[in-house]
Design a protein around this ligand. Structure first.
Ligand SMILES: N[C@@H](CCC(=O)N[C@@H](CS)C(=O)NCC(=O)O)C(=O)O
Length: 213
């Protein structure tokens, strides 16, 4: 293998977080499709790449597998520093990590909680990963409530800041955009028309060439 290869799925929001990152930085690496609908993540061949049975996974030239979106971002940022998306100064890096983590835990995870506890095909897979967990239907409404609170908090943040983590586009914007698009598609829960700061930001970031990835 000459360059790192990304195992990913077109339908997977976590894969999209990495695809947008690659596109924004102009990094061109081979993408290998893993069909989650067909259960390819559970095959022996894929388990050999990622025993936790999830995408995305970045496989390096020497065969090392890197899972977890922030770890993949970190590797790619260090190897391709141009167009920094994780910040350059210690302060920027800390603020971007803080905002991205909040968006992931309060927004992205809420959508996942609602979706994974309601989709019939995921009855025993309410949590992605190495172990199987049964759905808890009550978590659907809780996930939706958490998402609405996330939208309110994001709108307040974007009233005071051009981008989620400050003055520049970063991974915090990537996770927020992927969260919003997935919530609209999988839950039919877009942000409200009255959330004007999200509306302004969404119009701007979704027009960037990289965010169509
Ligand atoms: N924390 C992991 C989450 C990965 C994850 O949940 N991936 C989902 C797709 S978005 C998956 O592979 N699901 C397979 C399954 O549910 O069986 C990361 O950051 O990469």
């Amino acid at each position: 293998m000459q360059t790192p290869t990304l195992y990913q799925s077109a339908s997977s929001p976590n894969s999209r977080r990495v695809r947008i990152f690659l596109a924004e930085k102009g990094i061109d690496i081979p993408l290998v499709a893993v069909d989650l609908g067909k259960g390819e993540q559970h095959t022996e061949a894929y388990r050999a790449i990622n025993s936790r049975r999830v995408v995305p996974t970045l496989v390096l030239e020497d065969g090392t597998s890197i899972g977890e979106v922030p770890a993949i971002w970190r590797y790619l940022e260090e190897t391709h520093p141009a167009v920094p998306l994780l910040g350059t100064t210690p302060k920027e890096q800390a603020l971007i990590a803080m905002w991205e983590r909040r968006v992931e835990q309060e927004g992205f995870a809420s959508v996942m909680e609602a979706v994974r506890n309601q989709v019939p095909g995921l009855k025993e897979r309410a949590i992605a990963g190495a172990h199987d967990y049964a759905q808890i239907p009550a978590m659907v409404d809780r996930g939706k409530l958490r998402l609405l609170n996330f939208y309110a908090d994001l709108d307040a943040r974007l009233q005071e800041s051009a981008f989620v983590a400050g003055h520049a586009f970063s991974v915090a914007d990537i996770t927020a955009l992927v969260t919003i698009d997935f919530a609209a598609k999988a839950l039919g829960l877009p942000f409200s028309d009255t959330q004007l700061a999200i509306k302004r930001w969404y119009a701007e970031v979704s027009l960037r060439p990289g965010t169509g990835a």
